[in-house]
Design a protein around this ligand. Structure first.
Ligand SMILES: [Zn+2]
Length: 262
């Protein structure tokens, strides 16, 4: 039974990973990523997956997450242009993130909800790394899943306070980081935080609540410092995206929330 569930999580993770790579490619380029292909109009079919070099439409055999890349040794089957290793890597990260959630939460409602969150978190992580933007649509989806989580908790406990706490936490997280950002911008004499970061804090507040506020600020600050050092060392740029540190901190605290319950 355990083995079967394990296998299901891996397959699900690969599918979600493939979805994440599609979002990573499409969202910064303004290509629709959701619901494309449901409709048979020419405009919609134009968005079906195709090779980014030769534009050849990909067949089902080319779309198996991870394995298609391994089978063709990381090259397009049609034009033999190399396909970035970031795609299979992203898929592996999504699988590992889903497995960690499964080990802690199992197939509980919370576990499934968190697994559904993974492709959006990972896509946001990579998009911020590559383009230094946190696209609204991704942040909103993460916030929307938080609202579903809160509504389910409300139904389970019959305690309206959960909704009120979530919304006030979101406001407090947002205001606090906004003030902190203004302060840091004064000290550093350049813009220290983007508005995308503030929006992510608001969404993190919805997920984590007031009891995790100090942990989230500390952990994201800590990850941010480590990340800034690595970034400076690798890229020799002083400006670095803050989103990956925030996403990692949110994910770790969501996992810890589960392990504290056990
Ligand atoms: Zn090609």
């Amino acid at each position: 039974m355990f083995f079967l569930e394990f296998l299901i999580v891996i397959i699900l993770g690969l599918v979600l990973g493939s979805f994440a790579t599609a979002m990573i490619y499409r969202i910064p380029r303004g290509i629709p990523w959701a619901f494309a292909g449901n409709n048979n109009s020419d405009e919609m079919t134009a968005y079906r997956s195709s090779c980014t070099s030769c534009k050849e439409r990909l067949k089902p055999i080319d779309l198996i997450p991870l394995f298609s890349w391994l089978l063709t040794k990381g090259k397009c089957r049609y034009c033999h242009e190399p396909i970035s290793i970031k795609y299979p890597l992203t898929e592996i990260v999504v699988v590992l993130a889903c497995l960690s959630i499964y080990f802690i939460f199992g197939f509980s409602l919370k576990g499934c909800l968190l697994i559904s969150l993974v492709p959006f978190l990972v896509a946001l992580f990579v998009v911020d790394l590559e383009h230094m933007i946190l696209p609204n649509e991704l942040v909103f989806v993460i916030g929307f899943i938080a609202l579903i989580n809160m509504a389910l908790e409300w139904i389970r406990t019959d305690d309206i306070f959960i909704i009120l706490e979530g919304i006030s936490s979101a406001a407090i997280y947002g205001l606090l980081i906004w003030f902190l950002g203004c302060f840091m911008s004064r000290v550093l004499k350049r813009q220290a935080l983007g508005f995308g970061d503030v929006k992510f804090f608001i969404v993190a507040g919805l997920w984590l609540g007031l009891e995790n506020l100090s942990f989230f600020f500390l952990l994201s600050g800590l990850f941010g410092i480590v990340f800034a050092i690595v970034w400076k060392w690798l890229k020799e740029e002083s400006l670095f995206p803050f989103g990956p540190a925030l996403i990692a901190a949110l994910y770790v605290l969501l996992l810890m929330d589960g392990s504290l319950l056990l």
